[in-house]
Design a protein. Sequence first.
Length: 420
Amino acid sequence: MATPAKITWTTPDDIRLDVERLWGRGALLATLLHEKIALPHGPHPTAVCEPEQKLATLTFPLKLRLRRPTSTELGTAFERVRRWIAALEAASRAHTGAGFEITWEEINSRQLGRNRVPLALTLPRLDDALSLTGRTDDARQFLAQTDATLERFPDLAPWFALRPLTVLEHQAAWTQLLDCIGWFKAHPRSGLYARQIGITGIDTKFIDTHKRILAELLDRILPPDAIDNRANGAAAFEARYGLAAKPPLVRLRALDPRLAIGGLTDLTVRIDELAALDVRPDRVFIVENEITGLAFPPATGALLLFGGGYGVEQLAALGWLNACPIVYWGDIDTHGFAILDRLRALFPRVRSTLMDRDTLFAFRAAWSFEAAPHVADLGNLTPQENALYDDLRRDRHGPGVRLEQERINLQLAKYLLDRV
């Protein structure tokens, strides 16, 4: 016996899923906003939140997709068709009071006589779409947040149409968010720490937790001269909007007692204060592993800096580094070379040590696995460094090969000094 063909006709669940997709794209709430207010078009001059994106709005009545029986199926599977029609009609607006409407077509055949079958499905109003998805309460909440926001910040109307679901996601903190952007507007580039914002519920933790949404709002509220467009990303939030940031710190060791600072040979200091000191080492070593840095042997006229991984950019503030040789020792892996590349972009004369092919193979037994390698091209490596980096990122010596700095015998530190 032949297996009956799988029915692919539109079901009430299919209709709900299609309308749910409209909700997930933000189209229903964007349409609700358009019905409530006349939205201006065109981005705010400093907007960075996809200003090219068009507002996703719908026109009602809205025609829905309908997959219905073919003329052949109407004749060969009429009992199944009858059950399909009954299920669709029971879920329609005519029976439930909300949702989709069915447009009917009259058919007449010699086998079945006169019958009517669904020809098209439509949602008459936006309220029907919201009811179908069970989002009516969410829509009311969105309108409440809209009213509270546009009364204070009418310039946010276009953003609301672009980010309606984001608005709802932050409903619990929305009042504080409005108070916060109001404070920034009243105190542009204040130079204060987040903790000094004098509003209940807004502190450093609140700012840290909500940097992304705050950035989207502030970019549309603040005048251009209150925003530093050179600073981007969560880590640069304070710089972008003029808050005081936690000062960057660097740890250093004086490998020569004559370079001790106030009698101290191992200390962590603010970068800006270290930059202001009259420091004149004959050479500087930069290492990544803390124990390596602590165990590094004495060296005449030398300082050692703990690199801080991808934070090496902060060393650019130390202008006196330009006046002395710099030797970098990092892991032999793709990220180690990426850090070296960044450091050499700041200080072109940086030399690497113990980051070569001979060292890698001399300690083959100590290799470990790099799970998430850096694969982008690097433009500041020597030909030898770049060749090894290329071998590592392309797994030519095995998958994810890496030799971490701490796996190299510390007795080699003397060998390191002899080479440089």
